[in-house]
Design a protein around this ligand. Structure first.
Ligand SMILES: Nc1ncnc2c1ncn2[C@@H]1O[C@H](COP(=O)(O)OP(=O)(O)OP(=O)(O)O)[C@@H](O)[C@H]1O
Length: 345
């Protein structure tokens, strides 16, 4: 006989929650999942009434569930937010073009307007072109740096108050582990923050900070949400892949590993004497940067000069090389901005 739902609602349980081990029926799982996200949002005071919030939407499971839950909670608890979907088209044929079709369907299904910005318009390069130049080894560096900036530029053009992303508990625990292994104190200090944003930049929040990836997949499955599930064809970042595999092994032995690692990251204190980068603006594109020239401008300079490795490596060396070679042939090292807006419905 099927077990009964742990809540005592009388229905049969259809799943076992990875986070708590509770046997729940579909409706009680939805309620528990959404309520936990709502509790995270309210405990951290993520939003203020009247705010205009961009949901960074890739079409993947995390951001699709995020868009759905944001709309749901905004209505149920009357957050008073105006929502918009913001997507970055990295120019990856057979991957992002297909996932963007999913986001367009989500726009219609949820009635949330969508804005798409492309690397091609912003930087003059698609990821397909970048991979042709740099190969598959360092391409994730270009993609990550450009996407981060592209989201900020899109958010600034839209005039939103903040961006929310679908980063989940597993992503954050992986980042903690990666930063420990790399000895990256500056990132280690900020990677568990639910909301980031220094002066002059648009805040970014992670409402799924404490939400397990497995539960996001379950939620999407049982809600029958329309999402794109293929991995990037240019291979996920190898280093993160190792951190992920390590965490999965830990989780198999100790179910609470993910949350435990996040709590450890939150409790870490950085010595007063530790040297941390200070935030300024890029001398070329005026975007926020802890270096004289931001990483996106250096990477772009390298691409435009046919020296794709120029921006790879230690920051001090990268800055030196960028200065020495600035203005050499083919250099169009500043970032342009352009938007393609696709209205709702
Ligand atoms: N091309 C993009 N356009 C807009 N937002 C993006 C894009 N790629 C990633 N993001 C945002 O960054 C978050 C983390 O991205 P990541 O690449 O780790 O993908 P993921 O964990 O597979 O998430 P998802 O399932 O939403 O794709 C996403 O949930 C989304 O909010």
């Amino acid at each position: 006989m099927a077990p009964k739902c742990k809540t005592g609602c009388g229905k049969n349980a259809i799943l076992k929650r990875p986070k708590t081990g509770d046997a729940l029926c579909r409706e009680c799982f939805f309620w528990a999942f959404e309520t936990e996200v709502h509790n995270t949002v309210t405990a951290a005071r993520l939003f203020r009434r009247g705010q205009y919030v961009a949901v960074a939407a890739s079409g993947g499971k995390d951001s699709t569930v995020l868009a759905h839950v944001m709309k749901e909670l905004n209505q149920r608890y009357d957050y008073g937010l105006r929502l918009v979907l913001l997507s970055i088209d990295e120019g990856i044929t057979g991957y992002r073009d297909d996932s963007l079709e999913t986001v367009k369907r989500n726009r219609d299904q949820y009635g949330i307007p969508l804005t798409v910005l492309s690397y091609e318009d912003l930087y003059g390069w698609t990821m397909d072109d970048i991979v042709k130049q740099v190969g598959l080894r360092n391409n994730c560096t270009f993609c990550g740096v450009f996407r981060r900036q592209a989201l900020d530029r899109g958010a600034a053009q839209l005039g939103v108050d903040q961006i929310v992303t679908g980063h989940n508990a597993d992503d954050i625990a992986e980042t903690v582990v990666m930063n420990v292994l790399r000895g990256d104190i500056a990132r280690l200090q900020r990677c568990t923050a639910i909301s980031t944003g220094t002066e002059g930049s648009i805040p970014r929040s992670k409402p799924f900070k404490y939400t397990y990836e497995k539960e996001i997949v379950m939620y999407a499955y049982f809600k029958k949400l329309d999402y794109f599930s293929t991995e990037c064809i240019y291979s996920p970042n190898a280093y993160r892949g190792y951190a992920r595999a390590y965490l999965k092994d830990l989780e198999a032995i100790r179910a609470t590993s993910i949350i435990d690692i996040i709590h450890s990251g939150e409790s870490l204190a950085v010595r007063d004497a530790a040297r941390l980068p200070t935030q300024g603006t890029c001398s070329r594109c005026q975007y926020i940067s802890s270096q004289p020239v931001c990483k996106a401008c250096v990477l772009l300079q390298g691409l435009n000069q046919g020296r794709p490795r120029l921006g790879i490596g230690k920051s001090s060396k990268v800055q030196e090389r960028a200065r020495e070679t600035e203005g050499e042939s083919g250099d169009r090292s500043e970032v342009d901005s352009a938007t393609v807006t696709v209205g709702a419905g």
